[in-house]
Ligand binder design. Structure first.
Ligand SMILES: NC(=O)c1ccc[n+]([C@@H]2O[C@H](COP(=O)([O-])OP(=O)(O)OC[C@H]3O[C@@H](n4cnc5c(N)ncnc54)[C@H](OP(=O)(O)O)[C@@H]3O)[C@@H](O)[C@H]2O)c1
Length: 305
């Protein structure tokens, strides 16, 4: 699991599939050299990934949490494939950086997904600028390390407010603008399927997300809107790198944590945000036109064994 140090002394994650103790207590013998080697192979695979510049041509997408990590990588893919993307995040400064980086066909809208007024403002802007949504990637998620016995009401409320309430209203409030035949993609996590020490609340929220996808698939079937879930395993986002660094007191400890983590993944490495974006592009596009209600794991096999 990956922990981020945010504001003051609070440790939290915006992702996570393993708990800190899970990582540190596991005594899996992973070979660090094979870990590094696999990253070289991985880079060469990624450099061969070809995006189809027409696949999302004419489509308008909304991606929550699009200023960083998986959301940012997916925004880049969608724009490269011809789409126009509205991205959200709480920090205007990070949104501005992302919008400048992407350069075209993207609008940043500041807001917190757990604030319903912010969601109304987001969709009002989309309505004014484009008048429609074809693709929604409800991607924001947050989590904090809290083993049973030390779960506080504020921890519970914050995690459910963002991951469950925020995601639900992100989707529901998009529906009036949603085109029939569109695609909704929800970000869950392998934590929904595996018991992860210290992550029961986060895992429960992600299980709720997976469950939403099942019910919403039938709620929206008359409009031919597809609803699918992506469940990432450990993904090498900027925040996860900071988190891993924050966990370790020394380089040796950092290596050990990485070895233990990657040792739990059959493919022997963390995934990249691009690899999740590839899957999101597939689910957003007509290439997945007969795919709905599924949970697609992007986890290197971690939760499959
Ligand atoms: N990385 C992993 O290993 C992993 C594994 C499994 C599942 N996931 C899931 O994948 C999703 C993305 O994770 P990530 O690693 O890409 O995260 P990330 O790099 O930390 O990016 C999170 C994004 O969400 C925004 N955000 C956070 N809280 C928000 C809120 N309340 N309202 C609006 N925007 C908010 C952030 O911007 P601001 O901070 O400016 O708001 C940022 O743009 C999450 O749902 C996470 O649970 C990640």
């Amino acid at each position: 699991m990956l922990i981020t140090r945010q504001r003051g002394d609070t440790y939290s994650t915006t992702y996570s599939t393993n708990s800190i103790s899970y990582v540190t207590q596991l005594n899996v013998k992973a070979d660090f050299f094979s870990f590094k080697y696999s990253r070289v192979i991985h880079k060469s695979i990624m450099s061969k990934t070809e995006l189809n510049p027409k696949r999302l041509e004419g489509k308008t997408a909304v991606i929550t949490g699009g200023s960083s990590g998986i959301g940012l990588a997916t925004t880049k893919h969608f724009v490269a494939e011809g789409g126009y993307v509205f991205i959200t995040g709480r920090r205007q400064s990070e949104l501005d950086i992302a919008v400048n980086q992407i350069g075209k066909n993207v609008t940043g809208v500041q807001g917190d997904v757990s604030n319903l007024n912010d969601l109304d403002r987001l969709y009002e802007i989309v309505k004014q600028q484009k008048g429609r949504i074809d693709i929604l990637f409800a991607n924001v998620g947050t989590g904090e390390f809290a083993p049973l016995g030390s779960i506080t009401e504020s921890h519970f409320d914050k995690t459910f407010n963002v991951n469950v309430k925020g995601l639900l209203f992100t989707v529901q409030k998009a529906l009036p603008l949603f085109q029939d035949g569109g695609s909704i993609i929800l970000t869950a996590s392998t934590s929904a399927s595996k018991g992860i020490e210290g992550f029961s609340v986060y895992g429960a929220t992600k299980a709720a997300v997976r469950s939403f996808a099942r019910s919403w698939t039938v709620d929206l079937k008359y409009r031919k809107i597809r609803v699918n879930t992506i469940s990432p395993g450990p993904i090498d986002t900027q925040s996860s790198r900071i988190s891993l660094d924050g966990l370790a007191q020394s380089e040796q400890q950092l290596d050990r944590i990485k070895k233990n983590l990657t040792g739990t993944i059959p493919l022997g490495r963390m995934g990249s945000a691009d690899e999740v974006a590839n899957v999101a592009s597939f689910l957003a596009s007509d290439d997945s036109s007969f795919v709905t209600g599924i949970e697609l794991f992007v986890d290197g096999g971690m939760a499959q064994i």
